[in-house]
Structures are given as structure tokens and as C-alpha cells.
Design a protein around this ligand. Structure first.
Ligand code: IPD
Length: 290
């Protein structure tokens, strides 16, 4: 049967609110007892509990669709073309552990590896971003994105851009080198003495970063190393708000959902998106390899 995207959207919104209750009632510890790779790569009992609640509910209501979640990911079961729920129970776990209120539940649904429904809910600020492919993107189900409506300014290059970058959880290796050298380049002056970018932010949630780009409060977001559950839901929100998502490496105009390297650019009334992608790519110092 053809998935009913509107019904799925509404069900995901209800699950996001249930997840939000668990997240805001939690008392996480900052000691990092649940680290995966290192003290920057955390998982808490709450990530697991929220994912369990979501997977149980989805498997009951939609037994024919695949469930693909961060905490139960199995590299022997990669993403396929089947209708699939792609879920990050807490995106921004480090923020969550520190009570920094920039974390969310990210609930996506993809068919043929194309994101079709996205629900991103930050329970600390009670902010819901959601979208269904072909039906626009919304803030709190009411306000159509991008927020500035018809008055969104054209993109005028990196010098005037507020951009979002992430360190991720690696602390060494070639990908880390590429990121650090790229951040340094972006933080330098141009030959004429002007700023390369207006400023950079590392706020710690891929999904919320992409929602900020969808809203138009961030101009661009670049990351290597995150996963399909970090981006699937916000992908729909961003593209429905007129933004684009391309590969995090230079030249890749078609990003793949599980490619683990992404460059997102906000919508703009006139072109400008391709130019800013090319300008950003020209500053990347190396190639990301995930
Ligand atoms: C992380 C966040 C972070 C990004 C990492 C992700 P998690 O997700 O999105 O911003 O830099 O790459 O893994 O682990 O908090 O779900």
C-alpha cells in the first residue's frame, strides 16, 4: 500500500510530543558514563528509552515499514529503498546531558531513500518543525517556512553569511584534520582584509541546525560524520522551505541520504544558492571520507 504521508506526519508529531515529555522530565548526568567512542560521543538511558518507545509505537502501527534508529543501528542492515522510519531519539545528546536547551527528537520517513516526512521537536523550547514532501514546511504546524516569507534576502556570499559547522565526536584522523583546517580557513581574513564569513556557530544538533537554515536564521550548515537519522527529518523541512542540500565534498550536487557529509543552504528569492555552495566548497581543505 502507498504510505499515507499525512497520517504518518500526524502520528510522528504525537510521538514527538510523547518523547518530549520523557526528555524534559529526565535527569541526565554530565559525568558521561554512557560514552560510545570517547567522552564527546555520548548515549544515555534516555536516548535508549525514547527510541524504544518510538520503535514500539511505530512497529505496532506500521508493521510493514522498516525502523532505522540511532541506538539500535546495525551496520549489517544499512538503509534500503523500502519505506523506512529514520529516527534519532535525542539529537544533541551532549547538549541534553549538559541541560543546554538545544536538543530535539528527529523523526523522519523516507521512501526509495528520499525523505518524505520530517518532524523535529525541541521540547525545551517547545518548537516543532515539520514537513511533508510537496506540502511545504511549517513551524508549530502554523507558520509557513521560511519565516521571513516574501522578504527573505538574497544570499550574497559567505562574507555576509552566518554559518553552522559542527566538530562532531572525532578528535583525530584525516576527517578531523580536514574540518579543523577548513574552520581555520573560514575564520581567516580574505585577501582584501574582509571577513571570509560573518560568523560560525557550533550548536550541537544537526537536525536543529538544518531547521535554522530552513527558517532562514542560519544561512548555511556543513558537517561530515553525522548520520541519516541526524538529517532525514530536517531534510524534508529544509527542502520544503526552499533550501538545498548537496554533498559535503566539493562537486557533489546530489547529496545521498546516508552519505554522512552534507552542505545545506537556505532558500533565497533569486539563485545565489549555487554560488554560495561553490564558494564554500572552494574553502574546504581536503576531502571528507566516511
Ligand atoms: C550529533 C549531533 C551533533 C553532530 C554529531 C551528531 P547525537 O547527534 O547532531 O550536532 O555534530 O555529528 O552525532 O549523537 O546527539 O544524536
Amino acid at each position: 500500500t502507498t504510505p499515507d504521508l499525512n497520517e504518518i506526519h500526524d502520528f510522528l508529531v504525537s510521538l514527538a510530543h510523547r518523547a518530549g515529555e520523557i526528555i524534559t522530565n529526565a535527569l541526565p548526568e554530565t559525568s558521561g558514563t554512557g560514552s560510545k567512542k570517547n567522552s564527546a560521543d555520548l548515549v544515555t538511558e534516555y536516548d535508549r528509552a525514547v527510541e524504544k518507545m518510538i520503535s514500539t509505537s511505530l512497529e505496532e502501527k506500521y508493521p510493514d515499514y522498516v525502523f532505522h534508529g540511532e541506538e539500535t543501528y546495525d551496520s549489517n542492515r544499512p538503509l534500503t529503498d523500502a519505506p523506512t522510519f529514520i529516527v534519532d531519539p535525542i539529537d544533541g545528546t551532549v547538549n541534553f546531558v549538559h541541560s543546554f536547551p538545544y536538543a530535539c527528537v528527529s523523526l523522519g520517513f523516507a521512501v526509495g531513500r528520499v525523505p518524505a516526512v520530517g518532524v523535529v521537536y525541541n521540547p525545551f523550547t517547545k518548537t516543532l518543525h515539520s514537513a511533508i514532501r510537496g506540502q511545504g514546511a511549517f513551524l508549530n504546524r502554523e507558520t509557513r517556512l521560511p519565516l521571513k516569507g516574501e522578504n527573505v534576502e538574497p544570499l550574497s556570499g559567505l562574507a555576509n553569511a552566518l554559518i553552522s559547522i559542527e566538530w562532531g565526536s572525532d578528535r583525530s584522523g584525516p576527517n578531523w584534520d580536514t574540518k579543523v583546517r577548513t574552520f581555520a580557513k573560514l575564520g581567516q581574513a580574505k585577501e582584501d582584509g574582509g571577513a571570509m564569513v560573518r560568523s560560525m556557530r557550533s550548536l550541537g544538533s544537526a537536525a536543529l541546525n538544518m531547521c535554522a537554515v530552513a527558517e532562514g536564521t542560519m544561512d548555511l550548515y556543513w558537517e561530515g560524520g553525522c548520520w541519516e537519522w541526524d538529517v532525514c527529518a530536517a531534510w524534508v523541512i529544509l527542502t520544503e522551505a526552499g533550501g538545498i542540500i548537496v554533498d559535503g565534498n566539493p562537486g557533489g550536487w546530489k547529496a545521498s541520504l546516508d552519505g554522512r557529509k552534507y552542505l545545506a543552504v537556505r532558500g533565497a528569492p533569486e539563485a545565489g544558492q549555487k554560488e554560495i555552495v561553490e564558494e564554500f566548497w572552494s574553502n574546504i581543505q581536503g576531502r571528507l571520507d566516511y
